[in-house]
Ligand binder design. Structure first.
Ligand SMILES: [Mn+2]
Length: 454
């Protein structure tokens, strides 16, 4: 049983062979991390520790993982026996940093055209809110006699890691060299990637991470990220508590105003604003594809708010020479085997809660990460590790959603008033009142906008 007083900071002497790690002030002790049963220690020459979806932000109420002390404690266990004499690679498998939800200081809080300079400014804010994370990574790399390395893959919340300037600054903040693997990291027969490439909403063109436009270099964002930035982020300051509750569908059902605001926002966006901007001026970020239309239609038809992944068979068949695939992104841990091949899906490390709207006692979900034990570049054992983090001093989730509903209703009225002021565009005249029901005319409208009046 682990009990940690919130907001304590981890510090321990890792260089020595101390059997226990202690939080200062003696509030926590945690026994060292167990070795897999019946796995001969001599058989293993490399251990991969894969953590995903930490989503540390710039501090403040919308930061989904404001205190990384527990993460640091978990990682530091690998400096103790028996791991201290084996090579360990720590993989931060995407969405480590929440650039997506970090607002910019400027006229536009959530710009869609993201330059290296803008990414660096966001990184400074994240680093200022989480200085101990960088110090911990430095200690992981330096305070051990065995080989240690740290890898970052990019997820859909931290595509900014593609910029070399961002990578250089992170190395500087850590004070040691780390690997930026891009989308995919391979080690022997193991493949590690965030998982957003298997999600049609957030998949990017791996051959074209940037676009050149009017003399600037921007991140080549997927259309799903563009839509989040343009439709959802302006309301993040209201919606962030609901995003921490699982299942998302229940959270949205409990606050129907949130559902309505999002649906009316997306409806307006996909029937009007996206196309207006698409036709107004050439912009390499605005594209149209069948996959995009199919996803948009599906999301409207079902109201499904969750991230997706292609099936395990397809994930494995796309990577025929791989034995073990480790993915995150879904915030839904799972371990799937097909014959002797395996997919490990890690959960998120940020704080999420199983919703309990009856008693208002939302339960903090455990954090689930992966360990892969290797011998001569081959997987010999893998497992998911589940740990209960400390309850944060504040969840950010209100006890009663009444005042949030009220604020959301005010926003809805503003949206409706501005819609009434504007004359409906040509291809929108077929619509009447906004509705949460799927409407077949939506797809017809898309065809019309695409110049195809079938
Ligand atoms: Mn993700």
């Amino acid at each position: 049983m682990l009990a940690i007083r919130p907001r304590t900071r981890f510090s321990a002497s890792w260089a020595g062979r101390r059997p226990m790690l202690r939080y200062p002030r003696g509030t926590v002790t945690r026994s060292r991390h167990p070795w897999p049963r019946l796995l001969p220690r001599e058989r293993v020459d490399h251990v991969l520790v894969v953590v995903s979806d930490i989503e540390m932000g710039a501090g403040g109420p919308t930061d989904d993982y404001p205190d990384t002390a527990f993460l640091e404690l978990i990682l530091s266990e690998y400096q103790l026996p028996p791991f201290d004499e084996i090579a360990v690679t720590f993989v931060f498998n995407g969405d480590t940093f929440d650039f997506l939800k970090t607002p910019c200081e400027g006229d536009v809080a959530y710009p869609t055209h993201i330059t290296a300079a803008l990414s660096l400014a966001k990184l400074e804010r994240i680093a200022a809110a989480h200085p101990s994370f960088f110090q911990t990574v430095r200690r992981l790399l330096t305070a051990s006699t065995a080989s240690r390395s740290v890898v970052f893959t990019a997820g859909n919340h931290d595509q900014e890691l593609f910029f070399e300037a961002v990578q250089d600054r992170i190395r500087e903040l850590i004070g040691a060299d780390v690997v930026f693997a891009g989308i995919t990291w391979r080690s022997g027969d193991v493949l590690v990637e965030h998982g957003s490439q298997f999600d049609p909403t957030f998949a990017i063109d791996p051959d074209r991470p940037f676009v050149d436009h009017r003399g600037e270099v921007y991140l080549n964002l997927p259309w799903g990220t563009l839509a989040l930035l343009e439709v959802v982020m302006p309301y993040l300051y209201l919606l962030y508590p609901l995003d921490r509750l699982r299942p998302h569908r229940d959270a949205l059902a409990a606050v129907p105003e949130a559902q309505e605001l999002l649906l009316s926002g997306f409806r307006r966006y996909w029937t009007r604003d996206y196309w207006a901007r698409f036709f107004q001026q050439p912009d390499p970020l605005r594209r149209v594809s069948w996959a995009m239309l199919a996803q948009v239609g599906y999301r409207f038809g079902t109201g499904d708010p969750d991230p997706h992944s292609r099936g395990d068979q397809e994930v494995l068949s796309r990577n025929p020479d791989v034995q073990t695939i480790c993915l995150g992104h879904l915030h839904q841990p799972a371990l799937e085997s097909i014959d002797d091949r395996r997919i490990l899906r890690t959960g998120c490390f940020r704080n999420e809660y199983r919703a309990d709207f009856v008693h208002g006692r939302h339960r903090l979900l455990p954090k689930v990460y992966a360990e892969i034990f290797m011998s001569e570049e081959k997987t010999v054992r893998n497992r998911l590790v589940e740990v209960d983090g400390p309850a944060p001093s504040s969840t950010g989730i209100p006890e009663d959603f009444g005042s949030l509903s009220l604020e959301l209703r005010r926003e809805l009225e503003l949206v409706r008033a501005s819609a009434e002021r504007e004359a409906p565009s040509a291809h929108e005249q077929g619509f009447t009142e906004p509705s949460v029901e799927p409407r077949p005319s939506f797809i017809r409208t898309l065809w019309h906008a695409l110049g195809d009046d079938r």
